[in-house]
Design a protein. Structure first.
Length: 109
Protein backbone atom coordinates (compact mmCIF):
# COMPACT_ATOMS: atom_id res chain seq x y z
CA UNK A 1 0.00 0.00 0.00
CA UNK A 2 1.10 3.57 -0.63
CA UNK A 3 1.38 6.13 2.14
CA UNK A 4 1.60 9.88 2.11
CA UNK A 5 3.87 11.40 4.72
CA UNK A 6 2.92 15.01 5.44
CA UNK A 7 5.56 16.83 7.48
CA UNK A 8 5.23 20.40 8.73
CA UNK A 9 8.77 21.63 9.38
CA UNK A 10 10.58 24.87 10.00
CA UNK A 11 11.82 26.75 6.94
CA UNK A 12 15.38 26.53 8.32
CA UNK A 13 15.36 22.72 8.07
CA UNK A 14 13.44 22.36 4.81
CA UNK A 15 16.34 22.66 2.34
CA UNK A 16 18.51 20.02 3.98
CA UNK A 17 15.55 17.72 4.53
CA UNK A 18 14.60 17.76 0.85
CA UNK A 19 18.23 17.16 -0.11
CA UNK A 20 18.47 14.12 2.16
CA UNK A 21 15.18 12.69 0.93
CA UNK A 22 16.03 13.14 -2.75
CA UNK A 23 19.56 11.75 -2.22
CA UNK A 24 17.94 8.57 -0.91
CA UNK A 25 15.65 8.31 -3.91
CA UNK A 26 12.43 9.69 -2.43
CA UNK A 27 10.23 12.16 -4.26
CA UNK A 28 9.04 15.16 -2.30
CA UNK A 29 6.87 18.20 -2.85
CA UNK A 30 7.50 21.36 -0.90
CA UNK A 31 4.57 23.64 -0.04
CA UNK A 32 4.84 27.05 1.56
CA UNK A 33 2.57 27.06 4.62
CA UNK A 34 1.75 29.23 7.60
CA UNK A 35 1.32 28.08 11.20
CA UNK A 36 -2.06 28.88 12.68
CA UNK A 37 -0.64 29.84 16.09
CA UNK A 38 2.49 31.84 15.30
CA UNK A 39 1.17 32.98 11.90
CA UNK A 40 4.69 32.60 10.57
CA UNK A 41 5.89 30.80 7.49
CA UNK A 42 6.75 27.14 7.73
CA UNK A 43 7.16 24.38 5.15
CA UNK A 44 4.94 21.40 4.48
CA UNK A 45 6.49 18.46 2.68
CA UNK A 46 4.48 15.76 0.90
CA UNK A 47 6.36 12.50 0.46
CA UNK A 48 4.74 9.56 -1.26
CA UNK A 49 6.28 6.27 -0.15
CA UNK A 50 5.66 2.55 0.01
CA UNK A 51 4.53 1.07 3.33
CA UNK A 52 7.96 -0.33 4.09
CA UNK A 53 9.68 3.01 3.38
CA UNK A 54 7.66 5.08 5.84
CA UNK A 55 9.90 4.40 8.83
CA UNK A 56 12.98 5.51 6.90
CA UNK A 57 11.24 8.71 5.71
CA UNK A 58 10.07 9.53 9.23
CA UNK A 59 13.56 8.74 10.55
CA UNK A 60 15.15 11.20 8.13
CA UNK A 61 12.67 13.91 9.16
CA UNK A 62 13.42 13.26 12.85
CA UNK A 63 17.17 13.37 12.30
CA UNK A 64 17.21 16.59 10.27
CA UNK A 65 14.55 18.72 11.98
CA UNK A 66 15.39 20.32 15.30
CA UNK A 67 13.09 21.80 17.91
CA UNK A 68 13.80 25.49 18.55
CA UNK A 69 12.65 27.89 21.20
CA UNK A 70 10.78 30.91 19.96
CA UNK A 71 9.60 33.92 21.92
CA UNK A 72 6.19 35.27 20.93
CA UNK A 73 4.13 38.16 22.25
CA UNK A 74 0.44 37.28 21.95
CA UNK A 75 -1.76 40.01 20.48
CA UNK A 76 -4.35 41.55 22.79
CA UNK A 77 -8.07 41.27 22.19
CA UNK A 78 -9.38 42.80 18.96
CA UNK A 79 -10.46 46.39 19.62
CA UNK A 80 -7.62 46.82 22.13
CA UNK A 81 -8.74 46.77 25.75
CA UNK A 82 -6.93 49.69 27.43
CA UNK A 83 -5.82 47.68 30.47
CA UNK A 84 -4.55 44.64 28.52
CA UNK A 85 -0.84 43.90 28.95
CA UNK A 86 0.71 41.12 26.90
CA UNK A 87 3.91 39.39 27.96
CA UNK A 88 6.31 37.49 25.72
CA UNK A 89 6.02 33.73 26.11
CA UNK A 90 8.36 30.98 25.00
CA UNK A 91 7.11 28.15 22.81
CA UNK A 92 9.08 25.18 21.54
CA UNK A 93 8.49 24.82 17.83
CA UNK A 94 9.08 21.22 16.65
CA UNK A 95 11.05 19.27 15.32
CA UNK A 96 8.37 18.39 12.92
CA UNK A 97 4.68 17.60 12.95
CA UNK A 98 4.23 14.41 10.98
CA UNK A 99 1.09 12.79 9.61
CA UNK A 100 1.11 9.42 7.81
CA UNK A 101 -1.94 8.88 5.60
CA UNK A 102 -3.17 5.87 3.66
CA UNK A 103 -3.41 6.60 -0.06
CA UNK A 104 -6.46 5.02 -1.70
CA UNK A 105 -5.13 5.36 -5.23
CA UNK A 106 -1.85 6.52 -6.70
CA UNK A 107 -1.11 7.19 -10.35
CA UNK A 108 1.91 8.77 -11.93
CA UNK A 109 1.35 9.52 -15.61
P1 LIG B 1 2.01 27.01 14.65
O1 LIG B 1 0.53 26.72 14.67
O2 LIG B 1 2.42 28.39 14.27
O3 LIG B 1 2.57 26.63 16.10
C1 LIG B 1 3.91 26.91 16.44
C2 LIG B 1 4.19 26.42 17.86
O4 LIG B 1 3.40 27.17 18.78
C3 LIG B 1 3.82 24.96 18.09
O5 LIG B 1 4.91 24.14 17.68
C4 LIG B 1 3.56 24.92 19.59
O6 LIG B 1 4.77 24.87 20.33
C5 LIG B 1 2.97 26.30 19.85
N1 LIG B 1 1.50 26.26 19.83
C6 LIG B 1 0.68 25.99 18.79
N2 LIG B 1 -0.62 26.09 19.15
C7 LIG B 1 -0.62 26.43 20.45
C8 LIG B 1 -1.65 26.70 21.41
N3 LIG B 1 -2.94 26.63 21.10
N4 LIG B 1 -1.27 27.03 22.68
C9 LIG B 1 0.04 27.12 23.02
N5 LIG B 1 1.07 26.89 22.16
C10 LIG B 1 0.74 26.55 20.90
P2 LIG B 1 4.60 22.73 17.03
O7 LIG B 1 3.60 21.99 17.86
O8 LIG B 1 5.91 22.06 16.81
O9 LIG B 1 3.90 23.02 15.62
C11 LIG B 1 4.63 23.60 14.53
C12 LIG B 1 3.69 23.82 13.37
O10 LIG B 1 3.17 22.54 12.93
C13 LIG B 1 2.45 24.63 13.70
O11 LIG B 1 2.73 26.01 13.62
C14 LIG B 1 1.46 24.18 12.61
O12 LIG B 1 1.76 24.83 11.38
C15 LIG B 1 1.82 22.70 12.47
N6 LIG B 1 0.95 21.85 13.30
C16 LIG B 1 1.19 21.45 14.57
N7 LIG B 1 0.22 20.65 15.00
C17 LIG B 1 -0.65 20.52 13.98
C18 LIG B 1 -1.88 19.82 13.81
N8 LIG B 1 -2.42 19.05 14.79
N9 LIG B 1 -2.53 19.93 12.63
C19 LIG B 1 -2.01 20.69 11.63
N10 LIG B 1 -0.85 21.37 11.72
C20 LIG B 1 -0.19 21.29 12.88
Amino acid sequence: MVKLVVAVVQDKDAGRLIEELVDRGYRATKLASTGGFLKEGNTTLLVGAADDQVDEVVGIVKRVCRPREQVVTPLGPAGGAADYVSYPVEVIVGGATIFVLNVERFEHV
